[in-house]
Design a protein around this ligand. Structure first.
Ligand SMILES: [Zn+2]
Length: 436
């Protein structure tokens, strides 16, 4: 347990402000404007995978850590380094983050529910233990209030429909605890939705139950997240959802052909319904050459993967197999990684396609290999400065940094209120019916 607000954080914030002032002002008015804009705007990242660290008693969110040496916690990244903690959020002007509630698809059933609750507890615990510094937010209004009070904002998103264990009741309890988006799938199909990361589609998008999940998310005021899902699942969700959709951490397929990214057609349809694409910083989602090189490497490693599956069979040996695969990959020459500027290229592409009101930031910090120059949250002001130098207005930049996702949250909350009111009205018309 640590003091609510440690001295190093205060010193850090002060020295950063001095640093900003020293760096810019007189000889570089654009740089100065960008720094001021970034500091004043509400900056929200809709996807960080820092949550598992919170469960490690030896790791403190209030301490400053170093970025991972290669990638930020992704494949090949060193487990000792990471990208997000309180001091670095403050230094990078990152006001709020959606902490991902996540476990791989090999964890299912009651075990997945238990582990989800433990992760939710860990995120909620941040605000409970450090109420002067950190606030949990579950609505756009709470985000604005916490920002006005100078607090760092913790939000929660659940990355993978497998964690609801096929139960709308479990989903309702996650919502009650503050989860504000559900990514319909991770990289494997759930029992009710196809993923972009799995082999052949098995459900042709969403099943009837999958559509019920989307309607229930609408009713609960939880954003429907289409990152990771198969294209057909995206179109089904767009069709069924009353509220606009979120892509919490996806980039543009027109620039990198990775199936995790959204095509221009999908981005246009998402935006037409009021949704937002939050650009993912993962290097291969940004860079097409790296994506292709990784695909080649995957094919190259396929025989070894097969051999390991025979040698160490079953889900219980998954970690062992991964360890051996990582060793083999580490022995291969490193693939050239893109620069952070690719992030700006993706933002600009989406803005040119659908305007600045439908684009934002979903870094995937601590869950992905980052481009060069975006190793941790302290690097975020570079994006603001690059947008300003491209000629973006202050309002456009503010929209991208956080206002768009806040508007989406507000709309999703409004849809939920309307649906709940309608349910009450219709249940009063039908005696015996129960509205939950
Ligand atoms: Zn993800």
């Amino acid at each position: 347990m640590r003091p609510a607000f440690s001295l190093p954080v205060v010193v850090l914030v002060f020295t950063t402000a001095v640093g900003f002032a020293q760096q810019g002002s007189t000889d570089d008015p654009i740089g100065a404007r960008a720094r001021r804009l970034h500091a004043e705007a509400i900056v929200i990242d809709t996807h960080v995978d820092t949550t598992s660290r919170l469960l490690d008693p030896a790791w403190s969110f209030l301490d400053r850590h170093q970025p991972a040496e290669r990638g930020a916690g992704g494949p090949g990244g060193r487990s000792t380094g990471n990208a997000v903690d309180l001091p670095r959020m403050r230094e990078g002007g990152l006001d709020g983050a959606f902490f991902s509630i996540f476990m791989s698809n090999t964890v299912t059933g009651p075990q997945a529910v238990k582990r989800s609750l433990e992760q939710i507890d860990a995120v909620r615990g941040l605000a409970v233990r450090h109420p002067d510094t950190i606030a949990l937010a579950t609505t756009a209004a709470e985000v604005r209030a916490a920002h006005a009070a100078g607090k760092t904002i913790a939000l929660m998103g659940m990355e993978g429909g497998h964690m609801i264990d096929d139960s709308l009741a479990v989903l309702r309890m996650y919502a009650a605890l503050g989860v504000r988006y559900l990514t319909l799938t991770h990289s494997v199909h759930t029992n009710w939705a196809d993923s972009s990361g799995d082999e052949l589609p098995t459900h042709d998008g969403l099943t009837a139950f999958g559509k019920d999940v989307v309607r229930e998310l609408n009713r609960l005021g939880v954003m429907v997240d289409v990152s990771h899902v198969a294209d057909k699942t995206f179109w089904d969700a767009l069709d069924v959802s009353v509220a606009p959709l979120l892509a919490s951490h996806s980039s543009c397929r027109a620039i990198s052909g990775h199936p995790r990214n959204l095509s221009d057609e999908m981005i246009k349809a998402l935006a037409a319904k009021g949704g937002v694409i939050q650009i993912n910083f993962l290097d291969a989602y940004l860079d097409h050459d790296l994506y292709l090189a990784q695909e080649d490497r995957r094919r190259e490693l396929a025989p070894l993967r097969k051999e390991l599956e025979q040698k160490y069979p079953g889900p219980e040996n998954g970690a062992r197999r991964m360890q051996e695969l990582r060793r083999a990959m580490a022995a291969m020459p490193a693939l050239p990684r893109p620069s952070w500027e690719k992030i700006v290229e993706h933002i600009d592409h989406a803005v040119k396609l659908v305007g600045d009101e439908h684009v934002g930031l979903g870094s995937d910090f601590d869950g992905a290999s980052m481009p060069i120059g975006m190793e941790d949250a302290t690097q975020l002001p570079k994006i603001t400065e690059a947008l300003v130098r491209k000629g973006y207005t202050d309002q456009q930049v503010r929209n991208i940094l956080g206002e768009n996702v806040l508007r989406l949250m507000t709309r999703v909350e409004q849809v939920a209120r309307e649906m709940q009111a309608e349910a009450v009205r219709s249940s009063s018309r039908a005696p015996g019916a129960v509205a939950r």
